[in-house]
Design a protein around this ligand. Structure first.
Ligand SMILES: [Zn+2]
Ligand SMILES: [Zn+2]
Length: 330
């Protein structure tokens, strides 16, 4: 099999050829058809996240077809299309796993972080953490649903029921969340990098009622805000934009330090919280919701061998929608 491998943080991914693994008990071997490029991959490659198994094959928005199943797998048959998300393994025994909060498991395994992921033409996965995918989406379109979509869905649930929703950072997750929020009759206010007119136009095209730079004040008091950009300074900015009782949800796995801020912008029962990982229930819910909205996924595709280019474009904010890797033609 071919793969793009991270050997050390801060270095480019390297192309490698390895023997294709065989699935062990409970595992499926999936022939990868598409793999999304998530900002978390960038944080792993850049070394912002320090718990990667190295060398690691990144990628946790994997769409593919079951090539072989290990002993005891009856959820999927050969040929079936499945998705493999970030949550690749949980212990099943810790307090979090036993109380329906497997996203917070004390001994998890994450795809593309501790478990080799989808920047490859084959991937192994624990069948219990794989999902059937809605037929409405092509392989490339389905890939971003598996993290941008799932985490966005979880973040939107945490933002509460309010009508006026701010979204800071208008990339892959935001472009999906905005469509779901609009479907729920909410109004979306999109905050982008100052001067990023392309991202603002993209947000308005997806139904945002307002779009502007993150240095601009919101046009009215927001009920809640979700921050997808990895910029800690947006936390006090979002707190200043929300009304009393409002919620700021931090949707990323890594953020730069949050600057000190006066207590009075938190006062009034405002709250700040993070979203961590996903549960399998989030996946089942969202993969049913997406085609019902219906969420339209905008992707830019790259050949697997150009994974470093896709990551560079994401780092520089030069993507509209979600980047997706497709296997190189043989
Ligand atoms: Zn656990
Ligand atoms: Zn992700």
């Amino acid at each position: 099999m071919h793969a793009m491998v991270l050997e050390a943080a801060g270095t480019p991914l390297k192309p490698v050829t390895r023997d294709t693994p065989a699935p062990g008990p409970g595992e499926v071997l999936v022939k990868v058809a598409a793999c999304g490029v998530c900002r978390t991959d960038l944080h792993i490659v850049d070394g912002d996240l320090s718990e990667a198994k190295l060398p690691i094959i990144p990628g946790h928005e994997i769409v593919g077809h079951v090539h072989a199943v290990g002993a005891g797998v009856d959820r999927f048959a050969a040929g079936e299309r499945v998705g493999i998300p970030w949550l690749g393994h949980t212990c099943g025994r810790c307090d979090y796993c036993r109380t329906d909060r497997e996203n917070l498991c004390d001994a998890p395994g994450f795809t593309g972080y501790q478990i080799d992921g989808g920047y490859a033409d084959y991937a192994l996965a624990d069948a219990r953490f794989c999902f059937s995918l809605p037929a409405d989406y092509s392989d490339a379109e389905a890939a971003p649903l598996l993290c941008a979509g799932l985490i966005g869905h979880r973040a939107l649930k945490m933002a509460g029921e309010g009508t006026h929703l701010g979204i800071y950072g208008f990339g892959a997750a935001a472009h999906i969340v905005a469509q779901v929020a609009r479907h729920q009759a909410r109004k979306v206010y999109a905050f982008t990098r100052p001067g990023d007119i392309a991202a603002q136009d993209f947000a308005l095209g997806l139904g945002a009622v307002w779009a502007g730079g993150s240095d601009e004040p919101a046009p009215l008091e927001l009920d809640a805000a979700i921050i997808f950009a990895p910029v800690g300074a947006l936390v006090p900015a979002a707190l200043r934009a929300i009304r009393k009782g409002g919620i700021v949800v931090c949707g990323g796995i890594h953020m730069t330090d949050i600057p000190a801020f006066p207590y009075d912008i938190l006062w009034g029962e405002r709250s700040v919280r993070s979203v961590a990982n996903l549960t399998r229930r989030d996946a089942v819910e969202f993969l049913a919701l997406a085609p019902a909205v219906p969420v339209k996924v905008r992707v830019e595709t790259f050949p697997l061998s150009d994974a470093n280019t896709a990551l560079a474009r994401l780092r520089d904010g030069r993507l509209t929608g979600a980047a997706v890797l497709l296997p190189d033609r043989a």
